[in-house]
Design a protein around this ligand. Structure first.
Ligand code: SAH
Ligand code: SF4
Ligand code: F3S
Length: 474
């Protein structure tokens, strides 16, 4: 049946409605980007997005393996999908006896890469397992599914092929966009699955990134966020055949007409160069908000984590960044309850947070991951203690976030308006501040897609409220 998916683009077997695609995305922004690209590559086959799995012909779960909970969620979701698929099969059998209404279920992303066939063994309703480097093969895999349901193909790493074959026009709308420029990780932090699920560090050539950025800008995108597991390790091939740096890529992107704002995530402290710091000083397009995870504040724990940097190096790096760009707001990731973490180690994390001050942050309880060195380390921390530490850390981080947002009150700042707000009667619009805060402004819904000066009235925990001061910022 799925042979017809390729031969009759845009139609089902009756030659009528488009096929419906539902993608559910878990995990990091790289998965968000990949989900968009999967939709792009399936669009020529007649697949249009739908909002619910219940009426989808093709369901993709784009999964995350980073913590145990994230991975386990997939299996419970697959259980629900199986019921939908069974119900659909029953209906179609009573209707026509064909598989016209059958549902295809695919598991993509990092769980697919890490657990492969295990997924099909645990949940036979899954038709396809496709690793992060094989999304360009989706059309072909769909076709083969008809013949060999449950085949696992394309989980080997060849990122260059992925991006070459994904050169189909990007769909979507909106004035901000993600743009993956780097994949994979060679750092092997002792707690982390990413080097195993995403493979070695690899960067896209500058010309490819620029072509995609121009396409986005032509579509009305004003702000790009460059993505990579280690985005500041970017070393894609430049025009002269030699490796570029992230700083040089940023300068090239700044030339793209219409692209007014550049962000990037996630950076590693060890790959943060003076050149990149200077780019923050010299390029107005570089936004003053930086996600620079440290994970822990104790040198002993950082060593056990194999982070290859200490506390002092991290703190001094941020001092230098803030010297170049005094309005820089910091964001980070933290893990509490890493094996062997004592109260004193944890206090070092709290102390580092007080010293740096964060505008926003993510914090997690350590989750042992199969195959990673930390999973078998001595001194695993009991769950209750992890919870208590997480609560203390999150209380502090929330206080800092509230204080940071409140400190914007009274400022006049350029806001990129993204979408209408909830209060249509007041013509409310929601935009983004330079510091990645949501800004709610009344009588502004005609300004979507523009960067406009706004006076901030109040700062709440998760957003700002402001009013227009004039029509258009430079
Ligand atoms: N490349 C990025 C982020 C990778 S994953 C970096 O180097 O920081 C995102 C975050 O998940 C990590 O920063 C870390 O804080 C968290 N994380 C990764 N593995 C984890 C684990 N086993 N348990 C809990 N949190 C984890
Ligand atoms: Fe994971 Fe460390 Fe690589 Fe980040 S740098 S992806 S935390 S191994
Ligand atoms: Fe998760 Fe994979 Fe991203 S494990 S955090 S989806 S790289």
């Amino acid at each position: 049946m799925t042979e017809t998916l390729v031969s009759q683009p845009g139609k089902d077997e009756a030659g009528a409605a488009p096929k419906r695609l539902f993608i559910k995305t878990y995990g990091c922004q790289m998965n968000v980007y990949d989900s968009e690209r999967m939709a792009d590559v399936l669009r020529p086959l007649g697949y249009a997005a739908t909002d619910t799995a219940a009426d989808a012909d093709f369901v993709i779960l784009n999964t995350c393996h980073i913590r145990e909970k994230a991975a386990e969620k997939i299996y419970s979701e697959l259980g629900k999908l199986r019921e939908l698929k069974d119900a659909r099969a029953r209906n179609s059998n009573t209707e026509s006896g064909t598989s016209k209404n059958s549902m295809i279920i695919a598991v993509a992303g990092c769980v697919a890469q890490a657990e492969g066939e295990e997924i099909i063994r645990r949940q036979p309703a899954v038709d396809l397992v496709v690793g992060p480097q094989a999304y360009h093969q989706l059309p072909e895999l769909l076709t083969r599914t008809a013949r060999a349901r449950g085949e696992r193909i394309g989980a080997d790493f060849a990122p260059n092929e992925k991006f070459d074959a994904l050169r189909v026009p990007r769909g979507g709308e909106g004035v901000t966009a993600f743009l993956t420029v780097q994949e994979g990780c060679d750092k092997f932090c002792s707690f982390c699955v990413v080097p195993y699920t995403r493979g070695a560090e690899w960067s896209r050539p500058v010309a490819d990134v620029l072509a995609e950025a121009r396409e986005l800008a032509a579509r009305g995108v004003r702000e790009v966020t460059l993505l990579g597991q280690n985005v500041n390790a970017y070393n894609g091939e430049g025009a002269d055949g030699t490796p570029s740096t992230l700083a040089r890529l940023a300068f090239a992107l700044a030339e793209v007409s219409g692209l007014d704002r550049i962000r990037y995530t996630t950076s590693h402290p060890n790959d943060f160069t003076d050149e990149l710091i200077a780019a923050h000083r010299d390029l107005p397009q570089m936004m003053p908000w930086l996600h620079l995870p440290v994970q822990a504040g104790s040198d002993r724990i950082l060593r056990l984590m194999n982070r290859k940097h200490g506390r002092t190096k991290y703190v001094e790096l941020i001092d230098r960044i803030r010297e170049a760009r005094p309005d820089m707001a910091m964001s980070g990731d933290f893990i509490v309850g890493f094996p062997g973490e004592t109260d004193a180690d944890f206090e070092q994390t709290m102390d580092l947070v007080r010293r740096v001050t964060y505008a926003s942050a993510f914090s997690f309880m350590y989750s042992p991951r199969p195959g990673t060195p930390a999973a078998t380390m001595a001194g695993q921390v009991p769950g209750a203690l992890k919870k208590a530490r997480l609560q203390a850390l999150q209380t502090l981080l929330t206080e800092q976030q509230i204080a940071f947002n409140a400190s914007r009150a009274g400022m006049v700042m350029p806001v990129l308006f993204e979408r209408p707000g909830r209060h249509a009667s007041r013509a409310q619009a929601v935009g983004r501040s330079p510091w990645l805060q949501s800004v709610h402004v009344d009588h502004a819904d005609h300004l979507i897609g523009q960067i406009v000066l706004v006076e901030i009235l109040t700062g709440q925990q998760n957003s700002l409220t402001g009013r227009l001061v004039e029509q258009k910022a430079a």
